[in-house]
Design a protein around this ligand. Structure first.
Ligand code: CTP
Length: 131
């Protein structure tokens, strides 16, 4: 039984998110996704269009995901890795090197992001079209 955990905001769920989950699901039996809460996003200086509850509902509905948990702070990752007996911590390479401190607990993987798509880009493009 192999378990992977990943984290993110996953606002305006798009195919870059789907492909990340699909690639991860091919490497494990259980894919746990930590969805950033609205409070944690505020701390990161990020504001999501969809609420935490809505984003968690959407991520849960993705067939590659087996479990969704709230991501509430920076410190919880190490606790989650122990709690869920995680084999691999994985995240997009925009975070390259940032979570190497987990290497003492599990494998740490930085995956190449899908090209030319991001929540920010969607928001910017919609704003331009509306203007
Ligand atoms: N991700 C990805 N490919 C993309 C966009 C995101 O693999 N094209 C991954 C990120 O690397 C991260 C996860 O999806 O591991 C969640 O990223 P998130 O920040 O929620 O999505 P973004 O589209 O990058 O959102 P934003 O523009 O707000 O940063």
């Amino acid at each position: 039984m192999k378990t992977i955990i990943t984290y993110g905001t996953f606002d305006l769920f798009h195919y870059g998110h789907v492909r990340l989950f699909e690639r991860l699901s091919e490497m494990c039996d259980e894919l746990i996704v930590g969805v950033s809460t609205d409070e944690f996003n505020a701390l990161k200086g990020k504001a999501a269009f969809f609420s935490f509850e809505q984003r968690a509902e959407i991520v849960s509905a993705c067939r590659f995901v087996t479990k969704v948990i709230p991501e509430q702070n920076w410190q919880q990752k190490s606790e989650d890795v122990s709690r869920y007996d995680v084999d691999i911590f994985a995240i997009g390479d925009d975070w390259e090197g940032k979570f190497d401190f987990l290497k003492s607990q599990c494998e740490v993987l930085y995956l190449t992001r899908t090209d030319s798509i991001s929540t920010t880009e969607i928001k910017d493009n919609l704003a331009i079209k509306a203007a």
